[in-house]
Design a protein around this ligand. Structure first.
Ligand code: SF4
Length: 715
């Protein structure tokens, strides 16, 4: 160490003797692991310095990834919104909360008076706390009385959630706790890049590897997660259904079906068997680009292992057949009896911080708290009694997130309230989305920053960050965690729940929203969820201050349910439902005009639409721009230099990104991450065709052409 550094260190140490040090207890705001940590703020040499200390917790055991270590940088960023901003003559001006609330009152009331209650839509997010997600659902149904509410989780977990609900009668991200992973002797990781998206849970997989687990990783790219793979299935994007049908063919043909389990615990076996008998392995190989012997090998490895787990994620779920794809993976687990036992289970690795809790308590178009259905008369009656409103006043189900945008474009929805989401960057066919939002008579956005969506708003309301907002989150295991509020809010920032209560008050519904803390809201949520599938009744703040509790937890003395489906599934007859899954080709195919597949995903240092991580210098500098991973052979074919700007174009629009040669990607596919905006936003070209069952857009596969920017300049 040189002398200057040593002197600096000494000087800092001396200064710190007199420094004030403040400790903030919190959780990482990003992914679904919800790692616990402390932020230390100290005055050193006249300025504030920050240090992050990982905190022990039963999920990530005190580990943090690079995103967690630098999360505070966005929360403390100078661009944080601190006051309500109203657009006047095309420019934002600071206004008081009274003016902001009055603006909403006048505009929302006028729109609803002229066009009906459903003319206002509500668009939520999977990073909201449980309390705020719950309250947003209640706000839409009770304060606005609109049927149009949905959230960005539609783009994230909807395929897996719908598939688990249909198969098991209940959807929880993981059926088993993470600590069971090392007990599985074969693990299938399908379309999930855990190493970059949820790095702090990798040690569970590493331990499994040490224990001799056989890993099958299915991904068109050789991601960091492929380091685990004993068998990497470099599949053609969007053909996972056919691959699993191939595996099922082998399992049925070679007698690996667990007959007793299937007979006692499932429905639909005969239909599935008949369907699989018609499948030709060679055809599956042709469709997927994977040799028949490899499909056979994968099937034998999984079927003959004494224990096994299957994890899916957005790679297989964000497809126009994502629902059916997940159902087929669940078929695999069921026919081999690998569920409900230690080291045997399934899971969809949740993406967003509260992707799990955010989908349980009423933000979804068809849902009431506790995973109740808005169309079920008993469920409606119960929630109406908790909310103290007549049952007939509760709206019916609305439509999915992207369909809401379509309704805006068609003029049916005239006003939109967005909380904790950035649909201009995160939706497919993003140019269309931007154009549609511009048609709104009134757009109100609640955010930390002037996001790309907030820029289009008439009114932007500043909200609190993870350091300032108390609440509960439910992690990928279905474990409820409590995050204290530890830092003072800047400026005139309010919590999301306070904003909802105040708007409800000016809309004349304040009596239904008399909450003075997140804990009070959680108490109502507990009661509302009581007896539902996602039953939180036994979980209290008092418990959560000392432990993370798995739902369902029906009473305060219940320990919580770590492993699901040990004795029975959640259908009234206790049986899981097998599904017949056809090898349907996805609609968007490559053509002469659009000859290459584009697939999208995350990188380690960024999160979702990048609103937060692009403002965190330490994270942004690790990956400052979008890129297109392309195989050198493909690059040669299209005359693409390495590190050159290219235009990627589909029939929906184009994006401009920088090329990056990689032998890790298939030759018929390129990969682009989705965390950037403007011309780098890859969602300008992604497929807005929706899965017919869960309404998930086909983000993970679209047909495009690549044009070097230099050629465009020449022309
Ligand atoms: Fe943990 Fe996820 Fe945050 Fe990384 S991004 S620290 S894995 S919660």
């Amino acid at each position: 160490m040189n002398m200057t550094k040593e002197l600096l260190r000494y000087f800092r140490h001396k200064q710190k003797d007199h420094a004030s040090e403040t400790l903030f207890d919190t959780q990482c705001p990003f992914c679904s692991v919800q790692c616990a940590m402390q932020l230390v703020e100290e005055r050193v040499v006249g300025r504030n310095c920050y240090k992050v200390i990982p905190k022990d917790n039963p999920t990530s055991n005190g580990r943090l990834c690079i995103k967690g270590l630098h999360a505070h940088q966005h929360a403390l960023h100078t661009e944080r919104l601190q006051f309500p901003l109203l657009k006047r003559n095309g420019r934002f001006v600071r206004v008081s909360w009274e003016e902001a609330l009055s603006f909403i009152q006048i505009n929302f009331k006028n729109i609803q008076k002229e066009f009906g209650n459903d003319a206002i839509g509500v668009y939520g997010g999977g990073s909201l706390t449980n309390e705020e997600a719950y309250l947003l659902g209640k706000f839409a149904r009770v304060a606005l009385k609109t049927k149009y509410i949905d959230y960005n989780g539609r783009y994230c977990m909807s395929a897996a959630a719908a598939a688990m609900n249909a198969t098991f009668g209940l959807d929880r991200g993981l059926t088993n706790k993470l600590s069971e992973i090392p007990h599985a002797r074969c693990i299938i990781l399908a379309g999930t890049n855990v190493a970059e998206c949820q790095p702090t849970i990798m040690p569970y997989f590493h331990q499994a590897k040490k224990n001799g687990t056989f890993f099958i990783v299915i991904d068109p790219r050789e991601t960091a997660t492929c380091g685990l793979a004993d068998l990497h299935i470099k599949i053609k994007p969007g053909t996972d259904v056919a691959f699993v049908n191939g595996m099922l063919k082998v399992i049925f043909a070679e007698g690996y079906v667990d007959e007793q389990f299937v007979k006692e615990r499932t429905e639909g076996y005969d239909e599935l068997k008949k369907h699989i008998e018609q499948i030709q392995l060679d055809e599956m190989a042709e469709m997927t680009g994977i040799a028949p012997e490899v499909i056979q090998f994968a099937a034998r490895q999984y079927a003959t292992a004494p224990t096994g787990m299957i994890f899916t994620a957005r790679g297989v779920e964000q497809q126009t057949n994502g629902y059916m794809t997940v159902r087929n993976f669940l078929n695999l687990a069921l026919v081999t009896g690998k569920i409900g036992k230690i080291g045997c289970g399934c899971g969809a690795i949740t993406g967003q911080g509260n992707g799990q809790g955010g989908r349980e308590h009423g933000q979804k178009a068809d849902q009431l708290p506790g995973y109740r259905s808005i169309e079920n008369p008993e469920h409606r009656k119960y929630i109406a009694s908790v909310w103290r409103v007549p049952e007939e006043e509760l709206p019916r189900k609305g439509v999915s997130a992207y369909e809401m945008i379509q309704k805006i474009d068609e003029g049916e929805i005239k006003g939109l309230f967005v909380m904790g989401s950035n649909p201009v960057v995160s939706s497919p066919n993003a140019r269309f989305v931007k154009r549609a939002l511009k048609k709104l008579q009134c757009l109100v956005v609640v955010d930390l920053f002037l996001s790309e969506t907030a820029e289009l708003a008439d009114l932007v309301l500043p909200t609190s960050s993870y350091l300032e907002d108390e609440g509960t989150m439910t992690n990928l295991e279905g474990r409820v965690t409590w995050r204290p509020a530890s830092r003072k809010r800047p400026g005139e920032v309010k919590h999301d729940w306070e904003i909802l209560c105040e708007i409800a008050r000016v809309l004349g519904k304040g009596d239904y929203f008399r909450f003075s803390s997140a804990e009070e809201i959680f108490h109502e949520l507990r009661v509302a969820s009581r007896g539902g599938l996602a039953d939180y009744y036994g979980i209290t703040y008092e418990r959560l201050r000392n432990e993370r509790v798995y739902w369902p937890c029906p009473s305060p003395d219940h320990p919580g349910t770590a492993r699901l489906f040990e004795q029975s599934f959640a259908y009234p007859d206790g049986k899981a439902r097998l599904a017949v899954v056809d090898n349907e080709y996805q609609k968007e195919q490559t053509t002469e005009q659009y000859p290459i597949y584009v697939t999208t995903g995350r990188v380690l240092s960024h999160y979702l639409s990048g609103t937060q991580t692009r403002r965190s210098p330490a994270l942004a500098s690790r990956q400052i721009e979008a890129f297109m991973e392309i195989h050198p052979n493909t690059a040669k074919k299209y005359k693409i230099e390495n590190n050159a700007l290219v235009k990627l174009e589909t029939k929906r629009g184009y994006a401009i990104v920088r090329s990056k040669y990689s032998y890790k990607i298939r030759e018929d596919t390129v990969f682009v991450p989705f965390h950037w905006s403007g011309f780098q936003n890859i969602n300008q070209i992604t497929d807005d065709e929706l899965d017919p069952y869960c309404k998930m857009p086909g983000f993970k596969r679209c047909a495009a052409r690549i044009i070097p920017v230099v050629d465009l300049e020449r022309n």
